[in-house]
Design a protein around this ligand. Structure first.
Ligand SMILES: Nc1ncnc2c1ncn2[C@@H]1O[C@H](COP(=O)(O)OP(=O)(O)O)[C@@H](O)[C@H]1O
Ligand SMILES: [Mg+2]
Length: 219
């Protein structure tokens, strides 16, 4: 599903990723742990195609056998919209839109018809226990509910691959546990692949595989 070799990233003089090699199978749940500043978010953004690896190190990145580093920005955005979902620590929902509208956005970007998008969004919200919250705005939802709306948004285009960066970093322990169980339920029901950066040891240990990042490398 994901094959990365020799991924480097520099921010001016700062060498943040120092040659990351990674191979993730379809349907796998992989956690990435490591100290703050180790480069976890930077790596996730590159694997998730939101950022590009440095081009001078002969890096390679293949997702679903597509040569990601060879795509134009336009094709990269299309690939991301169709194949990848993101869940962030701060849910990043749009405050002036309802839960249903937030969930539909990636489908609208993909030019899915409104009725089809809303049908799928409602299915997801129902699946996530939010059938009574379609028309609530993020400010009217609890933290756990907001994060589940963000999960529904990540899933609306049926991505094969989901990246989560500290998804439960902002949740109470019960909401966090529910969210973690949800990831496994989704994998079991829909076969999605998850790459999850987390400081939550329980979640990190639940994963099929735990990767540890130290100073820009996976050790
Ligand atoms: N846009 C940026 N510009 C400059 N330095 C950055 C930028 N983003 C991250 N960094 C630096 O890169 C290093 C790794 O950051 P990050 O990937 O966010 O680590 P982590 O997620 O493991 O805490 C840190 O030293 C951070 O300050
Ligand atoms: Mg981070």
């Amino acid at each position: 599903m994901i094959k990365a070799t020799n991924i480097h990233k520099y921010y001016n003089d700062l060498h943040v990723l120092k040659g990351v090699h990674l191979n993730i199978q379809k349907g796998e749940i992989v956690s990435i742990v490591g100290a703050s500043g180790a480069g976890k978010t930077t790596l996730l953004q590159i694997l998730g195609t939101l950022d590009r690896a440095s081009s001078k190190d002969h890096s390679t990145l293949h997702i679903n056998n597509v040569d990601i580093l060879g795509l134009s920005d336009k094709n990269l955005a299309k690939f991301r919209n169709e194949h990848i979902g993101f869940i962030f620590q701060f849910h990043q929902l749009l405050p002036e839109f309802t839960a249903l509208e937030n969930v539909c956005l990636p489908a609208f970007i993909k030019k899915t018809a409104k009725a089809d998008a809303e049908k799928r969004a409602k299915e997801l919200l129902n699946f996530l226990g939010l059938s009574h919250r379609y028309n609530h705005k993020p400010g009217e939802l609890s933290g756990g509910e907001q994060q589940r709306v963000a999960v529904a948004r990540a899933l609306i285009n049926n991505p094969e691959l989901i990246f989560a960066d500290e998804p439960s970093g902002n949740l109470d322990s019960e909401s966090a546990e529910n969210l973690h169980n949800l990831f496994f339920k989704l994998r079991d029901e829909f076969g999605q692949t998850f790459v999850i950066v987390t400081h939550n040891e329980e979640l990190a240990d639940m994963a099929d595989r735990k990767l540890v990042m130290v100073d820009g490398k996976i050790v």
